[in-house]
Design a protein around this ligand. Structure first.
Ligand SMILES: NC(=O)c1ccc[n+]([C@@H]2O[C@H](COP(=O)([O-])OP(=O)(O)OC[C@H]3O[C@@H](n4cnc5c(N)ncnc54)[C@H](OP(=O)(O)O)[C@@H]3O)[C@@H](O)[C@H]2O)c1
Length: 317
């Protein structure tokens, strides 16, 4: 088990991404994925109130509703660490105090639970004074609606500022960071956020851990993207240097007789600040490769090989 930052949340070091629920996975498939995740030793679920509002016909809150119906059906609330996020739901935008209070209650309602274990500020909100947001998050902790708070997509300076405000005023401090970080996107996380996570003792929970599927090795040419739900996202990772990373991931995976996705996640887990990478599965069949990363420890030499080849990927790629 892994301890998440300074919290008392013990988790298996893999978080199941919830943006597929109600998007590329319907409710029945999502429930099957959640069943298999927990049966396979997973316990950390990541969603957001806005998932998956971008899908025609969805309104936001779709992923939370599906997780809520699964919790109601299985009674597994106490077996999972439940994380959701605020600021991007079409009806609850931003991080003003009244919005945070209302959005958290709406999330609780959809999830069918009395508490959120980890509540993420999804994106920074420059229009709201940071102290107002920090106090709003603290209030949720005081009310027992949220156990721990955390920040996603914040700059290093704003994370430090949040913690300073919390410390000066005796308010709840964030316990975790959720950045975009994977073998083909190391910056700005490594140079800017990792040192802050280290200094402040924040657990890092990277998203796009599989580069939206690019690091599974199933896309080798631009033509492989045609007609795929994630085609546009994956397209952003395509480059010669990125494909060289995939080649190395595949070579190491073959040596361990595991899937490339397992190696991509284990590389993240080998980084000392990383508590648990997030990855989503559209089908039950995709899950074993993700779950295997919980127990695959790469050698120092393998991590160094991956570090070296991924260092060749241009920062903006
Ligand atoms: N904080 C933020 O701003 C933020 C932003 C984005 C995501 N997130 C979180 O991070 C999670 C993960 O992000 P993500 O799902 O977009 O990207 P990801 O984890 O990098 O990629 C997951 C996708 O890769 C494919 N895949 C997974 N396992 C596979 C396997 N074994 N074999 C082949 N393909 C496989 C699936 O897509 P296909 O089958 O469709 O190819 C799956 O949906 C989200 O669910 C969300 O919880 C947070």
């Amino acid at each position: 088990m892994t301890r998440l930052g300074s919290s008392d949340l013990d988790i298996a070091p893999l978080s199941l991404g919830g943006n597929v629920f109600g998007w590329t996975a319907d409710e029945a498939t999502s429930h099957a994925v959640l069943d298999a995740f927990v049966a396979g030793g997973g316990d950390f679920i990541d969603t957001a109130d806005s998932y998956s509002a971008w899908v025609p016909g969805n309104s936001g809150g779709d992923s939370e509703r599906i997780i809520g119906s699964w919790l109601a059906k299985t009674g597994k609330r106490d077996e999972v660490v439940l994380a959701t996020k605020v600021s991007q739901h079409p009806e609850f935008r931003g991080l003003a105090a009244d919005n945070v209070a209302a959005a958290a209650r709406a999330s609780l309602e959809r999830l069918g639970t009395d508490r959120i274990d980890l509540y993420w500020a999804h994106y920074d909100d420059a229009a709201t004074p940071l102290e107002e947001t920090v106090r709003a998050f603290d209030q949720l902790v005081r009310e027992g609606l949220v156990r721990y708070t955390a920040v996603s997509n914040y700059s290093a300076e704003r994370v430090q500022e949040w913690v300073r405000i919390a410390r000066e005023n005796g308010l709840a401090e964030p316990v975790a960071l959720q950045p975009h970080y994977n073998l083909v996107t190391r910056e700005p996380y490594e140079s800017q956020l990792a040192p802050v996570a280290r200094e402040l003792g924040l657990g890092v929970v990277p998203y796009f851990s599989l580069a939206a599927g690019f690091l599974t090795g199933k896309y080798r040419t631009q033509a492989d993207l045609a007609g795929k739900d994630r085609g546009q996202m994956v397209g952003g990772y395509f480059s010669e240097a990125g494909l060289a990373v995939v080649d190395e991931v595949v070579a190491i995976a073959e040596a361990h007789e595991v899937a490339p996705a397992t190696v991509a996640l284990s590389w993240l887990r080998a980084k000392p600040e990383v508590a648990a990478p997030i990855a989503s599965a559209r089908t039950v069949a995709q899950l074993p490769a993700l779950l295997a990363s919980i127990t695959l420890d790469l050698s120092a030499d393998e991590v160094a090989r991956l570090d070296a080849v991924s260092a060749q990927v241009p920062a903006a790629a």
